[in-house]
Structures are given as C-alpha cells and as structure tokens.
Design a protein around this ligand. Structure first.
Ligand code: NAD
Length: 490
C-alpha cells in the first residue's frame, strides 16, 4: 500500500475479490514484480505498482468467468441498485479520487473535483437506469410475437489510457456491469491508482467477488494476454491506433467483438460570419488537459478575411492562461503526462519548425517550470500534408490554416483531409451553412458553436481510424450484449 495525496492506495491487482501481488516467477515467489509510478507534477515517485503478466491475466479471466453466471442471473433491478451503491461510494470518496488522480496524471484538481468525479458517478447511475429502460417493444409478424432481449455476453476486458483514467474507465465499466457482464480492467501503466481505489469502492458497495477485477501492468505484458484469452467475450479499448491494431489482431483469433475509441486530429472551422469572441474561446479550450484530449480540435481552419481578427482575440485569451501546478486553483494548464511524452510532443514541434512552420506562441517546453510542462503552442505556415497537420500530437499544440473567403469546398477538404474522423467543431452564425457543412464532414461528433457538450444518451465514437463502433445510450448495451430475438407463435 502506498499513500498518495494523503490517501492510502493498495497497489496490487484486484482479482476475484482479493488483493494479489505479481509474482516474478514461480521459483522466486518472495519477490513481487512491480514498476514505479511517477507524478507528472514534479516527477516524484508515487508508488510501486504490481506488474502483471500472463499469470495474473489468466487468473483474472478465470475469476470473471466464474462470477459471470451469478451476476448475469442477478435481476436487472438488483444490478442497477448495486451500481447506484458504487456511485454512492464514488461520491463519498470524490475528493480523495480527485486528489489521487491529479497526483497521478497531472490534470487540474479543480476539474477532477467539480467535473470529472461527479461525472464518474453519473456514468454509473445513468447506465444503471438505462438498463431498466431498455426498449422492449415487442412486434408482430403474421400473428407471431417478436421479443428482443439483451443477454450479457460474458467477461469483458476493458483497456484504458492515461489522459482521463477513471472517467474513461467508468464509461465502459458502467454499461458492461449493468448489462450483466463481468469485467477485467487494465488501466494505463502511467495512471494505475484510481482504478485500484475504484476496486475498493466496488467491494464496499457489495459487488460479488470476480464481478469487477483490476490487472495492473504494461500493455504488452498484462494487456496482451487479456485480449488474447479465448474465454473473453468483449474487448473495449480506448487508446492509440497502433495498439488498437494489435488488439484487433489478437481478438480476431477468437472472433471477439471489439469497441475502439482512438485518436483524432479534429478541426475547428471558423467562418467569417462567426461570433469571433466565442470562436476564440473555443480555440483556447483546446488546451484543456494540456492538449491530452482525444476530441481536441487541434487544427484551426479560419476563413481568410477574419484570420487576423480571430488570432488577436485568441492571443488575448492565451495571455490570461496560467501554466503551473494543477493543484493550484489559478492554474489553467498543467503538465503533460510523462517526460517520454514531452519528448514525443516536442519532436513533432521541432520537425514542424524545421519544415518551415512558425510558432506564434510557445514552440517548446516551459523552461521556467521544466520537467513535463510544455508551453501552449500555436503553429502557422503549416502544409496540409505535413506531419504536424496529419498526426495526433496529444499535447498543447494547435495549428492554424486558412481557407479562401466563401470557399466551403476548401474548408471541407481541409477538415476531412486526415485519416481520422473523431469530431469537428464549427463556429458560424449561419445555421444553413452549419447544416450544409455538417452533412459533408467525416466525424463521430460535430459541435456547432460549442465544444465538449456530451450527453450519455448520444452515440459516441470515431469514423475512419478514430475508432470502430459507437458507445453511449443503448449503443453501449448493444456492444456488451448478445442480442436475442424470440419469436412466439400465436
Ligand atoms: P496506448 O494505446 O499507448 O495505451 C492505451 C492502453 O493500452 C494502456 O492501458 C496500455 O497499457 C494498453 N496497451 C498497450 N499495448 C497493448 C497491447 N499490446 N495489448 C493490450 N493492451 C495494450 O494509448 P495512450 O498513449 O495511453 O493513450 C493516448 C491515446 O488514446 C491517444 O491516441 C488518444 O487520442 C486516445 N484516446 C482516445 C479517446 C477516445 O475516446 N477516442 C479518449 C482518450 C484517449
């Protein structure tokens, strides 16, 4: 057990309702295998985390399989009550969860406290209630009744990234458990802590052993054997495209359905008829979480005549943005996740500058703060086919391009001109234009004059290489269940 931000955290796996350490090998069982988790705030070591491998993966799948029949047979109303009890536990420990998450991933404490942790509880409650409201509209075929039911599929492996650890995990855990599946969560190795606290919360809420399991560790060591296990019935993954390819290949062996929420390179289209103040607000919002947001509109596309006016308003706002310790209320942008990630972000920026881009602001690490703090950056003079426009940077790095006055075709061409299709944001004062453009955009979500408004009833996911499938509302239940149609004669 480690103490992080004043909170005790058990750093072992949670398998079958017990805490399990990783064993390095069978002949040396006294030495538990671990890895060190560091804080992005100051690089300090936080905890030694159990380092899972094939043995822990097998044990967790076995536990989930054993618990499955009992949980699947638990009446929906009772499962829903259990999820509400877990949500109560999240609410009761929201401040602890927020402090630990901030120490672990460096996102703003105030947003964890006020936005994220309440949202985690909401995700649980939403899917608990939605389960009870799942449509049961029987229909008739020549006097025969068709009845559709959502049967839980079995053990589900959930693999999550570090940018919004518990939030993104809860978006999968809630529908999977509500539907009657059992779950094995493999959190990202850079942010393992809140998953462990969540395991305690499920235990305190009375979830039976094996219904919810956590395996800690690195992707290739702990994640790969989980997704390749033939006893697993669903894999839901949020993360990067290269990892999704590996997971898809492993799951294909067993013909296991996968849900993929992947990267993005989303555009923010600013038309000359837009409220430019609002457009500038939307642009600055893209630095949230130090740019580590899959949905971020990192490519700003502005109609030529308003470029300078828009840029002026943007610069006014950036001047107000304070970078620093994410636990400080006044901080607007904190650190990035890891020194290795900073090197990657900076590599993209260096190569763009070498290729002729200009940094209007930023363009390198924050030398005053050092470590993992990267300056909010805006690059102009970038070519559509350049790396900086085509590849996801996942840091506080935006690019600015323009399109000719009145040239909607060119705006759409630029907006759609990557291999991604997660989201798009439009700033325009013309509703008809918004409808015209939206119809032509390749994106799972389009926001018109807003950003990040996300209802759990709405389908969420990406097109092209931004993902496979949609989650949210009944789409989540469709994924985690085997649908069955029962036809009964009159
Ligand atoms: P990543 O793909 O490196 O890792 C994600 C998870 O996969 C981690 O838990 C990791 O341990 C695990 N993993 C790695 N290799 C594995 C393997 N072979 N088998 C099984 N699991 C394996 O991604 P990341 O760097 O942690 O996250 C950033 C990426 O996630 C970005 O591309 C971002 O856009 C994306 N993301 C997408 C969404 C969305 O909803 N679309 C949300 C947040 C983040």
């Amino acid at each position: 057990t480690a103490t992080v931000a004043g909170v005790p955290v058990d750093t072992r796996h949670w398998i079958g309702g017990t805490r399990v350490a990783s064993v390095r090998d069978a002949t040396d069982s006294a030495t538990a295998a671990t890895f060190t988790d560091h804080s992005p705030i100051d690089g300090a070591p936080l905890a030694e985390i159990a380092r899972g491998g094939p043995g822990e993966a097998r044990a967790a799948v076995a536990a989930a399989l054993e618990a499955f029949p009992g949980w699947a047979a638990t009446p929906p109303a009772e499962r829903a009550r259990s999820l509400h009890a877990v949500a109560d536990g999240v609410e009761a420990r929201a401040d602890e969860l927020a402090r630990v998450e901030t120490a672990d991933n460096g996102a703003l404490l105030r947003s964890h406290r006020r936005g994220v942790m309440p949202r985690v509880a909401h995700n649980l409650r939403y899917f608990a209630d939605r389960l009870l409201a799942l449509g049961h509209d029987d229909f008739d075929t020549r006097g025969h009744t068709n009845h559709v039911s959502w049967d839980p599929a079995g053990p589900a492996v959930l693999i999550t990234p570090w940018n919004a650890p518990l939030m993104l995990a809860s978006w999968k855990i809630a529908p999977a458990l509500a539907a009657g599946n059992t779950v094995i969560l493999k959190p990202a190795e850079w942010t393992p802590l809140t998953a462990s606290l969540f395991a305690d919360i499920t235990h305190d809420a009375g979830l039976p052993p094996g219904v919810f399991n956590v395996v800690q560790g690195y992707g290739p060591e702990a994640g790969a054997p989980l997704v390749a296990d033939p006893r697993v019935r669903r894999v839901s993954f949020t993360g990067s495209v290269p990892t999704a390819r590996r997971i898809a290949a492993a799951a294909a062996e067993n013909l296991v359905p996968c849900s993929f929420e992947l990267g993005g390179k989303s555009p923010l289209l600013v038309f000359a008829d837009a409220d430019l103040e609002r457009a500038a607000d939307l642009a600055v919002e893209q630095y949230d979480n130090a740019g580590q947001v899959c949905l971020a509109a990192t490519r700003i596309l502005v109609e030529e005549p308003v470029r300078d006016a828009f840029l002026g308003l943007f610069m006014d706002r950036v001047a107000e943005l304070r970078q620093g310790d994410p636990r400080d209320e006044a901080t607007g942008i904190g650190p990035n996740i890891h020194p290795r990630h900073i090197d990657r972000v900076d590599g993209f920026v260096r190569r763009a500058l070498e290729a002729g881009a200009k940094a209007v602001i930023g363009g390198g690490p924050n030398t005053e703060l050092g470590g993992t703090y990267y300056l909010p950056t805006l690059l102009t003079d970038v070519a559509q086919d350049s790396e900086i426009v085509q590849e996801e940077v996942f840091g506080p790095v935006l690019t600015l391009q323009t399109f000719p006055e009145g040239d909607e075709d060119e705006a759409v061409r630029l907006a759609n001109g990557t291999r991604f299709g997660l989201a798009a944001t439009l700033a325009t004062g013309d509703r008809a234009r918004a409808e015209r453009i939206t119809a032509r955009l390749v994106a799972g979500t389009v926001w018109v004059n807003c950003f990040f408004v996300r209802d759990l009833s709405a389908p969420f996911g990406g097109s092209r290489q931004s993902g496979v499938g949609r989650e949210g509302g009944d789409w989540s239940f469709d994924f985690y269940c085997d649908l069955k149609n029962t036809v009964t004669a009159p």
